[in-house]
Ligand binder design. Structure first.
Ligand code: SAM
Length: 286
């Protein structure tokens, strides 16, 4: 639920969490009702541009780096040599840009169901789309659930599920059938990573996701908490699942010598994200 109030604050009221979050806005820039969802754009006074999908905050200019870097670099540096990457969702193209910073990645295929999200991002977040024309990138518009169901077995090294909450078109990205498709499409040792909501506000959903990933046969899981200032509670997470093998650290040396810039991610941040807070550990161990 959201409303643009007379005093020019955009407020996302999160009924399920009993909380709300506001950003002061200058003006509304755009609104398109796509066949899948309502996509709105605002210009804020302090966070740059802001994308809202079906009333939920998605991306702002000022802070999207936390999310996009944590959705990409931990998984890519945990894999020994990722060459073929698939992004499900991710239509704002911020995750795509981060993945393409890895010079040894050979192909990245992004499948978002809604072309309107990418059209809006091209217009209002051009910096996130600056790598869309990289020859290694393929940007498609289709249902990611169907794409994964039909993907060739053992053809992908890293799958990044950068989807919306488990409502609307994103609902089917959170169940056993989808995780089975992902497992089948990964090569041995391959890694799937999915945004897994707020550990503080949505622990039952996070536990369901982890259980489902284990049930379908992923060998090992890591849930990485990270700050996400504009999402409910400000604390968010991504869960990584590995096919056939335990996680075995990450390529620290390669992070240190990486020839690209990040705003948040580094070796220390990756180590910190692997240190599970006690309230999460207790919930996972139950
Ligand atoms: N990074 C931001 C975040 O997590 O809030 C933005 C996420 S946004 C890019 C999530 C994307 O998932 C949307 O563009 C939406 O169209 C897409 N999506 C939802 N369900 C999908 C599905 N079944 N297949 C492919 N993409 C889907």
């Amino acid at each position: 639920m959201s409303n643009l109030e007379a005093n020019r604050w955009f407020t996302e009221i999160s009924d399920r969490d009993g909380s709300a979050f506001s950003l002061r806005i200058n003006k509304k820039l755009d609104e398109i009702q796509s066949p899948f969802q309502k996509v709105e754009m605002f210009e804020t006074t302090d966070f740059g541009n802001l994308m809202i999908i079906d009333g939920c905050t998605m991306v702002s200019t000022r802070e999207n780096f936390f999310y996009h870097e944590m959705m990409s670099h931990p998984a890519l540096f945990s894999h020994p040599a990722p060459k073929n990457v698939v992004i499900i969702g991710g239509g704002d193209c911020g995750t795509l840009r981060e993945v393409l910073k890895h010079p040894d990645v050979e192909t990245v295929t992004q499948i978002d169901i809604d072309e309107v999200v990418t059209q809006m991002s091209l217009k209002y977040f051009p910096e996130l789309c600056e790598s869309n024309n990289d020859p290694r990138a393929t940007v498609m518009f289709d249902d990611g659930i169907k794409y994964m169901r039909e993907a060739a077995p053992e053809s992908i090294d890293v799958i990044i599920v950068d989807g919306t909450d488990p409502v609307g078109p994103g609902e089917g990205l959170f169940n056993h059938a989808f995780y089975t498709s992902c497992l089948n499409a990964l090569r041995p040792g391959g890694i799937m990573i999915q945004q897994s909501e707020s550990p503080l506000m949505h622990m039952p959903l996070l536990l369901e996701m982890r259980d489902a990933m284990k049930d379908v046969g992923f060998a090992d899981l890591q849930t990485l908490p990270f700050p996400q200032p504009i999402y409910p509670s400000g604390l968010w997470s991504a869960t990584m699942a590995r096919k056939g093998e335990q996680f075995d650290g990450f390529r620290e040396q390669d992070v240190e010598t990486a020839n690209f810039d990040t705003e948040y991610y580094n070796v220390g941040i990756h180590h910190g994200a692997l240190a599970t807070p006690n309230f999460m550990k207790r919930a996972f161990d139950k």
